[in-house]
Design a protein around this ligand. Structure first.
Ligand code: BES
Ligand code: MN
Ligand code: ZN
Length: 495
């Protein structure tokens, strides 16, 4: 079987050729500053269109436009292109604003080729990344996918070689984001635990070292928490481990840990039917870990990072875990399973413990679509951030902000931890309705070793969204790949 990966639109950086503008097919994009200045290629376009751009400016068309926004002239006279996209942007716009402009163009692009006249912009590479990120469509499960290839993005720049170099890592990260989106978009009958592990194994071709732990081995390791979640499913539970050791030999790696529940019915504590189909995205944490590892490998990051994902399916059946069952974690602590729908924390507990025992990481970040409560708290704009370490946490928050990925720190504390007390075991797996996201984080913290800087990201609200997120179409967002990639760059690569 081959992996149906959604390809990035091809991007080409060229010198500006003013004489090629009139004959360009598809769409042409030009830039006008918020105060109405036309740059050199815009002046040529203005001449070709008999002054259309100058008229737009004079008649105040820019007044209601924010930086990064686009107005389109359809079937412009004087050009062969079917549309002229006029982008409002300062020439020295910062990376995020340039990307925003790209996203606006990517939304209009669909399958058309685009000629972007960016020779006077400071950050054409970020703009190109925005176009590519937005022009995503998951088509793998259509019987008649669109057959035309995604049209090429030609970006005319002042220094093609330099821009190509700047753009390479940005496009590598976009590939990681696409992988995450593909995984999150896949339905659970296609993305089984076995298929997920296979797609991760395929990344060995990128230079990642991949190991798959099967149930027999996890039993030997005593992973009673993780195994209790998958035992009602016909799909075998697995842990996939990805190593990228691109940094200094012997340096402790950063560990990324992901919840990979390929489908969450709730188990015996069955979820209501309405909306249950959304639980196909309950492997979102694992999806971000896989996508981030792909990005790091693709751009050959000079850092040591390991990614570990727990792949399970939470099903009700004659072999499923019952409410009231007590299971033993790899750490040795026992857990009373009050609610089989609080399964993500059980999976993470064992994968996190295994990650620390195996790699003695310098830090650990887990990602999980963990609680509905985080959606009540933060909606679909920001992920919940929980941490035992201010410096690492602040670095992550800065990285997320720089990438335009919403993140908000939540509190933790002793009083919340007490809500997990069990009458018969060391702890129970739920703390009740109040502060549901925080008690989930407290549960996880019990599986973090003393002295290990740790962040928990609850991405239940942001992994898949019903309206367009900042840099993609609605649906699977790929939230977190860019922030984690930047954190790795900042922390280990001196960027
Ligand atoms: N996968 C869900 C959380 C979730 C909800 C993700 C909505 C994405 C959208 C998780 O396993 C779950 O069921 N959590 C329960 C916990 C409760 C039983 C303590 C919840 O949030 O209701
Ligand atoms: Mn659940
Ligand atoms: Zn779940």
């Amino acid at each position: 079987m081959t992996t149906p990966a959604t390809p990035l639109a091809p991007v080409r950086f060229t010198d500006l050729d003013l004489d090629a503008i009139a004959g360009a097919k598809g769409r042409v994009a030009v830039f006008v500053t918020p105060d109405g200045k036309l740059d050199k290629p815009a002046r040529r376009v203005n001449r070709l269109t008999k002054g259309a751009l100058a008229r737009m400016v004079e008649e105040g068309a820019l007044k209601d436009m924010k930086e990064g926004e686009v107005k389109t002239l359809a079937w412009p006279g004087g050009l062969e292109a079917k549309a002229l996209d006029v982008v409002c942007l300062e020439r020295n716009a910062d990376a995020l604003t340039a990307r925003k402009a790209g996203v606006a163009l990517g939304k209009l692009k669909e399958r058309d080729p685009v000629l972007v006249l960016a020779s006077q912009l400071r950050r054409p590479a970020d703009l190109a990344q925005g176009i590519v990120l937005r022009a995503y469509e998951f088509e793998a499960r259509k019987s008649k996918p669109k057959t035309d290839e995604p049209g090429e993005v030609t970006v005319a720049v002042s220094d093609p070689d330099a821009t190509r170099e700047t753009a390479a890592p940005l496009l590598a990260v976009a590939e990681g984001v696409f992988m995450t989106r593909d995984l999150v978009s896949e339905p659970a009958n296609h993305l089984t635990t076995t298929e997920f592990a296979r797609r991760i194994k395929e990344m060995e071709s990128l230079g990642l070292k991949v190991k798959i732990l099967e149930e027999a081995e996890m039993e030997k390791l005593g992973m009673g928490c993780l195994l209790s979640v998958g035992q009602g499913s016909a799909s075998p539970s697995k842990i996939a481990v990805m190593e990228w050791m691109g940094g200094t030999e012997g340096d402790a790696p950063l560990a990324l840990v992901g919840k990979g529940v390929v489908f969450d019915t709730g188990g015996i504590s069955l979820k209501p039917a309405s909306g249950m189909e959304d639980m196909t995205m309950d492997m979102g944490g694992a999806g971000v870990v896989a996508g981030t590892m792909r990005a790091l490998a693709k751009r050959k990051a000079k850092a040591n990072v390991v990614g570990l994902v727990g792949l399970v399916e939470n099903m009700p059946s004659g072999t499923a875990t019952r409410p009231g069952d007590v299971v033993t974690s790899m750490k040795g602590d026992t857990v009373e399973v009050i609610n089989t729908d609080a399964e993500g924390r059980l999976v993470l507990a064992d994968v996190m413990w295994y990650a620390q025992e195996t790699y003695k990481p310098s830090g650990m970040i887990d990602l999980a679509t963990l609680t509905g409560a985080i959606i009540i708290g933060l909606g679909h704009e920001k992920a919940g951030v929980f941490s035992n370490d201010d410096p690492l946490c602040n670095k992550f928050l800065r990285a997320a902000e720089a990438e335009g990925e919403g993140a908000w720190r939540m509190p933790m504390g002793e009083a919340y931890d007490e809500m997990l007390k069990s009458e018969i075991a060391d702890m129970k797996n739920v703390g009740g309705r109040p502060a549901g996201s925080i008690t989930a984080a407290q549960f996880l913290q019990r599986f973090v070793k003393e002295g290990c800087p740790w962040i928990h990201l609850d991405i239940a609200g942001v992994a898949s969204v019903k309206s367009d997120p900042p840099h993609g179409p609605k649906g699977a967002s790929g939230w977190g790949v860019m922030a984690l990639n930047r954190l790795v760059a900042d922390q280990f690569e001196g960027d």
